[in-house]
Design a binder for this molecule. Structure first.
Ligand SMILES: *[C@@H]1O[C@H](CO)[C@@H](O)[C@H](O)[C@H]1NC(C)=O
Ligand SMILES: *[C@@H]1O[C@H](CO)[C@@H](O)[C@H](O)[C@H]1NC(C)=O
Ligand SMILES: CC(=O)N[C@H]1CO[C@H](CO)[C@@H](O)[C@@H]1O
Length: 626
């Protein structure tokens, strides 16, 4: 045995020595480069690389006092498998720059080049995961530029060990997971934009501009404005109930039987979101709502929520939607999808999403969540919606989920708990009409010219007309029409949200939470009817035309303007011009049209419901005004 063993070891030793000798000593720089060239397939640009000529004159070879220090082969259409081992012996090599070529496949073994100071690989088609320890023996690296490739997986954590790192460009790849704690000591530039990174941005990087992190829907924390909530990091925070084993809390909670655990974490997140909101609202008040006061923020900033345009036909394919949802709805598990146009998603997707608090409205709080698939949703947590049991609630939500109308935001999913509900709908780009009109005038008001406002009014009327047909048996087919429940998409087309909740909301709270109860007939004689919605439509029309915040939205009437009284007086005194928003008052060619609509708005807010026009008539007069 020993005999056999001995020669084998010797053979290995000999082979080892030969190969080391070859790499370390026998290959000249010229041979190294020629071998390297042979590993490239489309190497016509390297025709000057021929034996016997001066290496320092070859294309792309950078020399310093006759010693090769850099390999700069940018923009040459090169491809093939880069043979890093072949250039390992070029001892003074410090820069590798292969930008804008056609290299593909996994990252070559540049980690063999320990003393490298700069590695430029941007604009190729490299793909796959970079090994986590890739940079752990490259402590001299100052610049790592790998933008616009197709790298995926986590950013290697060994990046965090680079003490000399000055510049890191990884934008335009598909990196995912969290950003490692990169050292900021020498870092002067970093760009991680347009990847799929998620979670909190390390504090060390919070001083860089938001542009460095844009295009990563899952990222949160400074310098981005997205607040990291517990939804993004479910593993932190106190354990709220004894029913949850502490040891399980450490993972994402996705496993089997994790349903109730997930729910608990979501709710913890929402509670935290609620706390954050109080901070948020005082800040918000100072910047955007200073004229309106705190009540406005708390009462009417319902939720700049929800949806894209839909086909105008109404479908009632209840059976076909979300089989998964109806099954899972039975236990206390996941979300129930009632509208699958945006694909399936679950509570675990929401948990992993970066969340942002939107506001606190009459019905509860709302936050925005950007899921890893790119879908942005609004999640509303509604406490006072316990009028129906699970079956009834499910039936009602499915009915809402089946609605299709261009000017209606259709909910996507719900989560049922006895004491509170989560409603999920798509996030709509421009936010609510309330926000656009009163929130941040400087940015968007100029775009709200007369024709845009007319289209908004028309779309609101159309959407409301649709709801009145669809829910004709309801006392309040919409029930909560106000500018915070009118969402505007990119083209300023309106989508109505938070409608048809009347059967769902606890009766005592409905009076507080639903704006239709502010109609004079309820205030005077406790009457409600579909005409209350007409009153609400009138308020919104006057709000759009005057640009003023209606005091009617506030429970104590303090703040804003009694828009009904003001406009009615102006009409009687023939001073309509004076109440119009200056932005549209100058549209003299449309003066008649604007005044006609102002009168429609005034007629809709007529206090006697019997003398108030019907919705049908209002819609007709709006159309005629156009
Ligand atoms: C990339 O390289 C090609 C040649 O392969 C060149 O035509 C093109 O201009 C280069 N692009 C940039 C942005 O330098
Ligand atoms: C009104 O604004 C919209 C964009 O918001 C624009 O497309 C349209 O041309 C404007 N109309 C007039 C008359 O300025
Ligand atoms: C189906 C329908 O009536 N859609 C209306 C939605 O609103 C826009 C105005 O923003 C109208 O032009 C559409 O006709």
């Amino acid at each position: 045995m020993a005999h056999l063993h001995h020669p084998n070891s010797l053979l290995l030793l000999v082979l080892f020595l030969v190969s080391s000798f070859h790499v370390a000593f026998s290959a000249t720089d010229e041979e190294s480069l020629l071998q390297f060239k042979r590993s490239l397939t489309n190497n016509g640009a390297l025709d000057s690389w021929v034996p016997g000529s001066s290496v320092c004159k070859w294309t792309g070879i950078v020399c310093s006092i006759g010693i090769i220090t850099g390999l700069h082969l940018n923009n040459l259409g090169l491809s093939g498998t880069i043979d890093v081992a072949s250039i390992e012996g070029i001892r003074a090599l410090r820069t590798i720059s292969f930008e804008n070529n056609s290299f593909s496949g996994p990252i070559p073994e540049f980690s063999r080049l320990g003393p490298l100071k700069a590695l430029y690989l941007s604009q190729n088609q490299f793909s796959g995961t970079i090994p986590d320890d890739f940079f752990s023996h490259m402590s001299s690296l100052k610049k790592v530029l790998m933008a616009h490739n197709s790298f995926s997986g986590n950013m290697p954590s060994s990046l965090a060990g680079l003490d000399n790192l000055m510049e890191l460009n990884l934008q335009g790849n598909q990196f995912s997971g969290q950003i490692p704690p990169i050292k900021k000591d020498k870092l002067t530039a970093i760009d991680l934009s347009n990847n799929q990174l998620e979670g909190p941005i390390p504090e060390s990087l919070s001083k860089f501009s938001a542009a460095s992190f844009q295009g990563n829907p899952g990222l949160c924390g400074l310098p981005l404005t997205v607040v990291c909530s517990d939804l993004a990091k479910p593993q932190v925070g106190p354990v709220p109930t004894s029913s949850m084993p502490a040891a399980d809390g450490a993972d994402g909670g996705e496993g089997e039987g994790g349903g109730s655990k997930v729910v608990i974490w979501v709710l913890v997140g929402l509670v935290v979101a609620g706390v954050l909101f109080s901070l948020f609202s005082s800040r918000k008040k100072d910047s955007d709502f200073s004229v309106l006061g705190k009540e406005v923020v708390h009462e009417v900033v319902d939720i700049p929520a929800a949806a894209s345009t839909h086909s105008r036909t109404m479908s009632s394919k209840k059976g076909s939607v979300a089989k998964k949802g109806s099954q899972r709805g039975k236990d206390m598990g996941d979300l129930v999808i009632v509208n699958d146009e945006k694909g399936p998603f679950g509570l675990s997707d929401l948990m992993k999403a970066a969340a942002e608090v939107l506001g606190n409205g009459g019905l509860g709080s709302a936050y925005k969540a950007v899921m890893s698939n790119g879908l942005s949703v609004v999640v509303k947590r509604i406490r006072e919606m316990n009028q129906l049991g699970r079956e009834g609630f499910d039936a009602e939500m499915r009915r809402l989920g089946s609605l299709r109308h261009e000017n209606i935001s259709t909910p996507l999913a719900y989560h049922y708990r006895k004491e509170e509900k989560l409603l999920v709908s798509e996030f709509v780009s421009k936010g609510s009409l309330l926000y656009v009109l009163h929130g941040d005038r400087g940015i968007t008001h100029a775009e709200l010219n007369w024709s845009t406002r007319w289209r908004i009014i028309r779309g609101i009327a159309k959407g409301l007309g649709f709801l009145h047909e669809e829910f004709s048996s309801y006392d309040l087919p919409h029930g909560n029409l106000k500018s915070s429940n009118v969402l505007l998409n990119d083209n300023y087309e309106p989508l109505l949200s938070d409608y048809a909740f009347h059967p769902l909301i606890n009766s005592p709270q409905a009076v507080q939470a639903m704006f239709a109860y502010k109609a004079p007939e309820f205030q005077n004689s406790q009457e409600i009817s579909p005409k209350c919605d007409v009153y609400c439509l009138g308020i919104v029309i006057l709000e759009i035309l005057t640009g003023k915040f209606p005091s009617q939205y506030l429970s104590n009437g303090k703040g804003g303007i009694d828009i009904v009284q003001w406009v009615q007086t102006a009409i009687t005194e023939d001073r309509e011009q004076e109440v119009l928003d200056p932005e549209i008052a100058s549209a003299t060619e449309s003066r008649d049209q604007i005044v006609a609509l102002l009168r429609v708005g005034a007629a809709c807010t007529e206090s006697d419901p019997d003398r108030r026009m019907s919705l049908r008539e209002a819609i007709q007069r709006i159309e005629e005004a156009g």
